[in-house]
Design a protein. Structure first.
Length: 389
C-alpha cells in the first residue's frame, strides 16, 4: 500500500470532500476535518468484498462465530484483553450504540458526565435523550489533556453514567492504568455505569499503550459497556458497523433489549465481511498505516514549532488528530475559522463544537498523504504571516 498516493475522492458521495460546500461555504478547501482517512482500505478487505459481490445474493446476514472469534482474537492480541464471543453485540456505529446505552442504563433527567473538550456527538447523545449534561472539564498540563479528579468526584455524586472517550478525541490522550484505576474507584463509589468509547484504541503510538477500561478489574467490568469498531483503524466508517463488549449478562441483556426495541441490531453484510477480513488479514496494512500517520504527526508538530510557533499542537499519544491551540493568534472564533477556511483554504474542525475548553482551538485530521499535509501547512503559514502585514 502506497500511503503517499493521492486518491480522488470527489463525486464519490464523500462527506469529507463532496460535503465541503455545505460545511465550509466553499468547495476549494483541503478537507482535514471529519474522521476518515484518505487511504484505501487493506487489499485483503477489498478482495473479500469482491468475492462476496460475485456471489450475487445479498440477503440478511448474521454475526457468526467466525466473525466473533476474529474480534476476540484482535482484542486479545492488540490489547491483552480476553473477552468471550458471547459478550459481543452488533451496533450500526459507536454513536448509535452510545445513545442506546444511555437509554438502557439511565432514565430521563439522570446526570451523565462528559469530559470536554470531547467528541461532540456525546453532547447530543445526552441532551437528545433528555438526560442532564454534567461537565468534568479536562485541563491542559504539560501539553496533554488531563482529568480533574477532584471535580470528577463532585460530579459523580450527581450522576448515573460516566461517558468516557478512551483514547481521547480530540486531544489524543491515552489514559494510564493509574488514571483508569482512579476513574474506576470513583465510579464504583458512586455506582455509575461506564460507557467507554474506545473506537481509537488501535491508533496508539508507543510507548503509550491503550488499556481497555473494563480490563482494570472484575468490578469495573461489571459496570462497563465498551464500544469498538474497525471504522477508524481500517477506514471502513461508511459501512456503519461497530460492536459493544459487555461482560455483565444483566447489562448485556438490558442493552440488547433496548437495541431490539429500536430494530437496529441487524448486520450490514459488507460491514461484517470488512470487519472479519480486516481483523484476520489487515495486520501488515495496519502497522504501515500507524507508522505513516505517526510520521505525519511528527512532521506537522515540528513544522508548527519551527515555522508557526503561535499555533501550539498538543502532541497526541493516539489518534490521527492534532488539537491545535491557536489562542496566541488572539482572534475571535469566527475570525479564526475565517483564517483557516477563507485565507488558508484548509477545512479543519471548529474547536467550539467540542464543548467548553474548545475556544481558540481547531482539530486537524492527518490521515492523508504527506503532500496534502505539506500543502496545508504552507497555506496556513501564508495566511498567518499575512495577519502581520
Amino acid at each position: 500500500m502506497d500511503f503517499n498516493k493521492i486518491i480522488d475522492r470527489e463525486n464519490t458521495k464523500s462527506v469529507k470532500y463532496d460535503g465541503r460546500e455545505m460545511t465550509f461555504g466553499r468547495d476549494d478547501v483541503l478537507p482535514m476535518w471529519i474522521l476518515d482517512m484518505d487511504f484505501a482500505a487493506p487489499e485483503e478487505v477489498t478482495k473479500s468484498f469482491k468475492k462476496r459481490l460475485d456471489h450475487g445474493i445479498y440477503g440478511y446476514t448474521m454475526l457468526d462465530s467466525d466473525c466473533r472469534e476474529s474480534v476476540c482474537n484482535w482484542i486479545k492480541n492488540r490489547h491483552n484483553w480476553q473477552i468471550s464471543p458471547a459478550w459481543l453485540s452488533l451496533t450500526p456505529g459507536v454513536v448509535p450504540g452510545v445513545n442506546m446505552a444511555i437509554q438502557a442504563f439511565s432514565k430521563p433527567g439522570d446526570g451523565v458526565i462528559v469530559q470536554p473538550p470531547v467528541y461532540y456527538p456525546f453532547f447530543a447523545a445526552v441532551e437528545n435523550n433528555d438526560r442532564r449534561l454534567l461537565y468534568n472539564p479536562l485541563q491542559i498540563n504539560n501539553g496533554r489533556l488531563e482529568i480533574d479528579f477532584e471535580n470528577l468526584e463532585q460530579q459523580a455524586s450527581k450522576a448515573k453514567i460516566f461517558l468516557f472517550c478512551s483514547p481521547h478525541n480530540p486531544g489524543g490522550s491515552v489514559w494510564s492504568e493509574e488514571e483508569l484505576e482512579r476513574i474506576a474507584e470513583i465510579c464504583l463509589k458512586h455506582d455509575l455505569t461506564i460507557i467507554s468509547d474506545e473506537i481509537h484504541a488501535d491508533i496508539v503510538f508507543p510507548p503509550a499503550k491503550h488499556i481497555p477500561t473494563a480490563s482494570i478489574s472484575p468490578e469495573t467490568a461489571a459496570r462497563t459497556i465498551t464500544f469498538m469498531s474497525t471504522s477508524k483503524t481500517f477506514n471502513l466508517a461508511g459501512l456503519s458497523t461497530a460492536y459493544a463488549v459487555t461482560s455483565n449478562p444483566v447489562m448485556r441483556e438490558a442493552f440488547n433489549s433496548t437495541e431490539a426495541k429500536l430494530q437496529v441490531g441487524y448486520c450490514n453484510l459488507f460491514g461484517i465481511i470488512g470487519l472479519e477480513a480486516a481483523y484476520k488479514h489487515g495486520q501488515k496494512w495496519y502497522e504501515k498505516m500507524l507508522s505513516y500517520v505517526k510520521a505525519n504527526i511528527d512532521f506537522t508538530v515540528n513544522y508548527f514549532e519551527q515555522n508557526l510557533p503561535q499555533i501550539k499542537p498538543l502532541k497526541p499519544q493516539a489518534t490521527y488528530l492534532l488539537w491545535l491551540d491557536c489562542r496566541e493568534l488572539k482572534l475571535s472564533q469566527s475570525a479564526l475559522l475565517s483564517l483557516f477556511v477563507n485565507k488558508a483554504r484548509v477545512g479543519l474542525s471548529d474547536g467550539t463544537i467540542f464543548g467548553p475548553g474548545g475556544e481558540g482551538f481547531m482539530r486537524m485530521n492527518l490521515a492523508c498523504a504527506r503532500s496534502t499535509v505539506e500543502k496545508a501547512l504552507g497555506q496556513i503559514k501564508q495566511a498567518v504571516d499575512n495577519l502581520k502585514v
